[in-house]
Design a protein around this ligand. Structure first.
Ligand code: 13P
Length: 252
């Protein structure tokens, strides 16, 4: 069975001091938990203060973005060397907010992912359809396009794929479990077409309005290897509850 991954995406919430406080609260509740990979991804301005708290613990640090060049005249971007020095081990790429608010193309996502993987970070590649695309029956077509471009030319890598249907993000409308299961199975098929049997170890996780009460049902589904959590990861209590319920369900 693949290892569970529970990842908190704090988006553009927290300042360095409030992030520190949240990280301490999460650490107090979850340090020592070994049954899952637990990752927090603060905004870049809070990475250093969170690193001070979590580095060396069972809570792992992730970033929300990385540029594909090592350094240069790229105002507002984030360099891989900075992330490595701070102690980040994961980086999110292709989040729908990057794709749809900031206009990031599949090609840009692919370049960011390649840089992260080449530098030894684990990539969290987000894919997912918009509501109108789902209604037109284009979910698999969209996900194929996003995955094909992002994974082009890659060897088997340390990669998590997060299925985040755009219409489920921040709306309180979590996708139905049968739809999550079907899309995850499709993602797994695409991963094995590209990487062969090596892909069996790559987690496929779900994101979009995940709350503690959803986690048992999600984790009970064999296709779901964890969750990428937005809003509910901003409370240590609810994030810890998501982690605990996922683990309990997997072990049961
Ligand atoms: P919510 O859990 O707030 O819906 O956000 C999901 C998400 O976008 C995580 O990356």
């Amino acid at each position: 069975m693949r290892r569970l991954a529970l990842i908190g995406n704090w988006k553009m919430y927290t300042t360095p001091s409030s992030a520190r406080f949240l990280a301490e609260d999460i650490l107090n509740r979850l340090n020592g938990v070994k049954e899952a990979d637990i990752v927090v991804c603060p905004p870049s301005t809070s990475l250093v203060s969170v690193a001070d708290i979590v580095n060396g613990s069972d809570i792992v640090l992730g970033a929300q973005n990385v540029h594909w060049e090592r350094e240069g005249a790229f105002t507002g971007e984030i360099s891989i060397d900075a992330l490595v020095e701070i102690g980040c081990r994961y980086v999110i790429v292709g989040h729908s907010e990057r794709r749809h608010i900031f206009g990031e193309s599949d090609e840009v996502v692919a370049k960011r992912l390649r840089r992260a993987l080449e530098s030894g970070l684990k990539g969290i590649l987000c894919v997912g359809e918009k509501e109108d695309e789902r209604q037109r029956g284009e979910t698999e077509k969209v996900i194929s396009r996003q995955m094909d471009t992002a994974l082009e030319g890659l060897k088997r890598t340390e990669l998590i794929v997060a299925y985040e249907p755009v219409w489920a993000i921040g709306t309180g409308r979590r996708a139905e479990i049968r739809d999550v299961e079907a899309v995850h199975r499709f993602i797994r098929k695409r991963l094995s077409e590209r990487f062969g049997k090596d892909a069996s170890g790559n987690p496929v996780i779900y994101g979009g309005s995940v709350m503690p009460d959803d986690m048992a049902e999600l984790a009970a589904c064999e296709e779901v290897d964890g969750a990428l959590v937005g809003g509910a990861s901003l409370s240590a209590e609810s994030f810890a509850s998501i982690v605990t319920r996922a683990i309990e369900r997997r072990i049961a």
